[in-house]
Ligand binder design. Structure first.
Ligand SMILES: Cc1ncc(COP(=O)(O)O)c(C=O)c1O
Length: 363
């Protein structure tokens, strides 16, 4: 069976380096907030093209702390994509702010043309998600945020190193939020996350917020969290950063092969917006008769998945907001047809061929 993803395969690509680093950290006798985290932060900021990065324990907490650091809370609204993964929305609602959903476009990203009409006097920020690995149309979105004097925030959990108008995701807004959950493009070996920013004041506050609100040992200035990235994870992630371009290029290469070799009128391939790049965290096609297509693919030995089965505005925690099934027509249509096909680092040419042949022979 061709798997949808294989963490073991991507581990093996740089196995010796991970094993050496794991032993080095274990033998160092220092496990929380030490030199590995400090170096990870420097290297990740350089990779993302920002002045600062702050390591945290996961992608959700990156968003939670980021929104908290801006003082956004009860009575405030934050605009999010209707089709994002629920973590984006939780980052808003766990701060007691209200998520306001905006429909997707044909690229599976928030539709820039629909943002402005969702802005009210309560809107404090637009939190875009670079969904599936494709950068949003950031020039247009930044203009809207600047014009309305609201913060621009980026959920980059699925899109490490993607670019919009030649500028990396995570460097457009006041903050970018990243996840290093193992399945992510630069996934680690457990949970991990980071916040990127150019603002020194925010970086200092975020470093405190992730560590009990502490600005100095036993001096607590904020009601903080324990949301620290640990040394072992930071050390291992430094190896992912080192190979970041290679990891990204491999995914783009596999996707390029799919784009040029899959030809089946029953299967729609993903589209990439002009001036935006796609780093293919997921390769999401559309099939009108999705269940039949998935059963067929399984019979051909190819795993598929659906990212995601339910849009967040229909998830139970958000029922009180009163959204209905018909509110976001593009998202509704996409959610009925989306299917993810295998793409992962370490995928063999033969596996790619099996996927291509299976789709091309689907009737
Ligand atoms: C778009 C998006 N945002 C946020 C997250 C949260 O990241 P984490 O799982 O590291 O908390 C994820 C992934 O899980 C995600 O896909």
């Amino acid at each position: 069976m061709v798997p949808i993803n294989s963490l073991m395969r991507s581990f093996r690509l740089h196995q010796a380096e991970y094993e050496e680093k794991a032993l080095e950290v274990l033998r160092s006798g220092w496990y929380v907030l030490g030199k590995e985290v400090a170096q990870f932060e420097e290297e990740f900021a350089a990779l993302a093209g920002t002045k600062y990065s702050i390591g945290v324990d996961n992608g959700l907490n990156a968003i939670v702390l980021g929104i908290k650091a801006l003082g956004i809370g009860e009575g405030d609204e934050v605009i999010v994509a209707a089709n994002t993964y629920i973590a984006t929305v939780l980052g808003v609602s766990l701060n007691k702010a209200t998520p306001v959903f905006v429909d997707a476009d044909e690229y599976h990203n928030i539709d820039p043309a629909k943002i402005e009409s969702a802005i009210t006097e309560k809107t404090k920020a637009v939190l875009v998600t670079h969904f599936y690995g494709q950068a949003c149309q950031m020039k247009q979105i930044k203009e809207i945020c600047d014009g309305n004097n609201i913060y621009l925030l980026e959920d980059c959990a699925q899109a490490h190193m993607a670019e919009s108008y030649g500028k990396q995701v995570g460097s457009w807004g006041i903050m970018g939020f990243f996840s290093f959950y193992p399945t992510k493009n630069m996934g680690g070996f457990g949970d991990g996350g980071a916040i990127t920013t150019d603002c020194e004041e925010l970086s200092t506050k975020l470093r405190a917020l992730r560590n009990y609100g502490s600005t100095q040992r036993y001096k607590n200035d904020y009601e903080g969290h324990n949301a620290r990235l640990d040394e072992l994870q930071a050390g291992l992630l430094r190896i992912k950063i080192k190979h970041g371009q290679e990891i990204t290029n491999e995914r783009i290469r596999i996707a390029g092969r799919y784009m040029s070799e899959i030809h089946n009128p029953k299967i729609e391939l993903p589209m990439t917006a002009s001036k935006c790049t796609h780093v293919y965290h997921l390769f999401v096609v559309q099939a009108a008769d999705r269940d039949r297509f998935r059963t067929y693919m399984a019979e051909q030995g190819v795993s598929t998945d659906v990212h995601y089965p339910t849009p967040p505005y229909l998830a139970r925690p958000y029922a009180p907001l009163g959204y209905g099934r018909e509110d976001f027509p593009i998202t509704k249509r996409l959610y009925s047809k989306i299917v993810s096909i295998p793409i992962f680092n370490g995928m063999t040419d033969e596996e790619q061929q099996i996927v291509i042949d299976a789709i091309n022979h689907y009737q």
